[in-house]
Design a protein around this ligand. Structure first.
Ligand SMILES: Cc1ncc(COP(=O)(O)O)c(C=O)c1O
Length: 501
């Protein structure tokens, strides 16, 4: 990493260091207390690996941290020196010091390719946070689409902005949620991925900074990297209690990102939900910095608990859609196989996105658009979502119960919605657990896939996609993987057990 892209202040770093669990600071196997510089270096290292201090964040000057953390300047200097020697800090005269992760084995940062369902065999695939279609609504939606298709058969079938009937239905849905929306503010896309890809192509150039939640959805991070963006991670607030608005303000002011990408509704991977106040302040911060705020609502419909009250959508604080571009999708609410997503933004942004579409995928399939329009028009959408929610809730409770029984030292916050649980793996490497799990017949994505530059080594993400005995078996295999990692047993020696669902 050549330079820093964000900064952590002395008071903020001292607060983060104090908030760490004191048990993590104990020397391995008990024994004598660690020297002060070593505890400080270990504390910073853990903050980086857990993504609470982003990689490439400029650390405060030694003198400032010494004052804020109430230690001597020599202690800070020795801690910085140790971090530098271990590859967790880089420095350049005149530019200060910034966090890093050691070079070496490249950590997995790309998304995890889903196993084709028919190839899963004995493997329990927890790589993909998506559920089967909520029948009978898929069949009914396609039947509705077939009935409407003859109306379109005589046209050329190219609708780069989306079918008028679907744009209207999606606009009406925003209006019903309290944000008046015209069809001219909607473009239908090939899933949320297609939406974010189109926005990136239009609104950023290679080399430009894009601020992202840290952690964030792995495939979008990779999409942005591939588009040449320089990702600037902004850590979620402590204990996943939401968005750290002062940190966002600081990044938007200091790094001046062209764009920011936020999943405010049942965030993937943590399941966090931004409060209305956080939403308002995020939009204010973006507006004052001139940063385009891209808000991904893919998970928004998957509210699994009555509490808390659902906050208003982020675009409620910029209804015209000139600062906030909203991305939505039918993939989680209904079925990923539809590949239908959308963008809500100001009409001129939509016009530019539509014009640029001539050079990418030209449009989305008419039949699938008709299917979603038919669901929205007949009330089937709401009923399908109810099925989804029930299933996701049961799966969530099953995986949480199995973890509590079999891996009691793994920590997580049970989210009120979404499809994912973000799990701290009891001090073990999530990447090693994922490797061992693969050999024991359970596939999980490790934490670093959801981070920028190697953060979150101590996490895995578990989706709400399996229930009952399958969830229990999946966690039993993870517990087996954790044992192998903890004891340093070579994973090849272990045989994969056949799985019968
Ligand atoms: C936050 C988020 N955005 C986008 C996607 C991908 O959505 P789509 O299937 O609509 O492309 C996902 C899928 O898990 C997601 O969680």
């Amino acid at each position: 990493m050549a330079q820093w892209t964000s900064a952590v202040g002395a008071t903020q770093l001292a607060r983060l260091l104090r908030s760490q669990d004191p048990r993590d600071a104990e020397p391995p196997g008990g024994g004598r207390r660690l020297p002060a510089y070593r505890s400080l270096a270990d504390g910073v290292r853990r903050l980086v690996l857990e993504g609470r201090v982003p990689v490439a964040a400029r650390l405060p000057a030694e003198r400032e941290l010494a004052a804020a953390h109430a230690v001597s300047r020599t202690t800070v200097a020795a801690a910085y020196e140790a971090l530098r020697a271990e590859g967790f800090l880089e420095s350049r005269r005149g530019s200060g010091s910034w966090t890093a992760v050691p070079a070496g084995n490249p950590l997995p940062t790309r998304g995890l390719e889903p196993l084709p369902p028919e190839a899963a065999g004995s493997m329990i695939d927890l790589g993909c946070a998506a559920l089967p279609a909520p029948e009978p609504w898929l069949t009914r939606a396609v039947q509705g689409a077939m009935a409407d298709l003859p109306l379109y058969a005589h046209t050329h079938g190219d609708y780069p902005a989306g079918l008028p009937v679907l744009r209207q239905a999606l606009a009406d849905r925003y209006t019903a949620r309290g944000i008046p929306t015209m069809p001219e503010q909607i473009m239908v896309t090939t899933g949320a991925m297609g939406a974010v890809a189109a926005i990136c192509r239009l609104c950023t150039s290679p080399g430009e900074r894009v601020a992202v939640d840290s952690p964030s959805y792995a495939n979008i991070l990779q999409l942005m990297r591939d588009a040449g963006a320089r990702l600037v991670p902004v850590a979620l607030a402590e204990r996943l209690t939401g968005w750290d608005i002062p940190a966002w303000r600081q990044v938007m002011r200091d790094a001046a990102p062209r764009m920011a990408y936020v999943v405010a509704d049942f965030h993937n991977p943590t399941g966090s939900l931004a409060t209305e106040d956080q939403r308002r302040r995020l939009v204010d911060a973006a507006r004052s910095a001139g940063t385009l705020l891209v808000v991904d609502e893919t998970m928004a419909e998957l509210r699994l608990d009555e509490d808390p009250e659902p906050p208003r959508p982020v675009c409620a604080f910029d209804p015209a859609g000139s600062s906030v571009i909203t991305v939505g999708s039918a993939s989680k609410a209904f079925w990923a196989g539809m590949r239908i997503g959308w963008v809500r933004a100001a009409p001129d942004i939509i016009r530019s996105l539509v014009a640029a579409r001539a050079y990418s995928d030209l449009g989305s399939p008419v039949l699938e658009q008709l299917a979603i329009a038919s669901l929205l028009g007949t009330g089937g959408w709401e009923q399908a979502i109810e099925i989804r929610r029930r299933e996701a809730r049961e799966n969530r409770d099953a995986i949480v119960g199995a973890l509590q029984r079999r891996l009691p030292d793994w920590e997580f916050t049970v989210p009120h919605g979404g499809l994912t649980l973000w799990v701290r793996t009891g001090g073990l490497s999530g990447s090693r657990i994922a490797e061992a799990g693969e050999r024991l017949g359970v596939r999980v994505p490790s934490g670093p896939r959801f981070g920028v530059d190697g953060a979150f080594e101590g996490f895995v993400r578990l989706p709400f996609t399996v229930a009952g005995a399958v969830a229990d078996e999946a966690v039993a295999r993870l517990a087996g993987a954790a044992r192998l990692v903890a004891t340093g047993t070579p994973v090849e020696a272990e045989l994969r057990t056949p799985f019968v669902a």
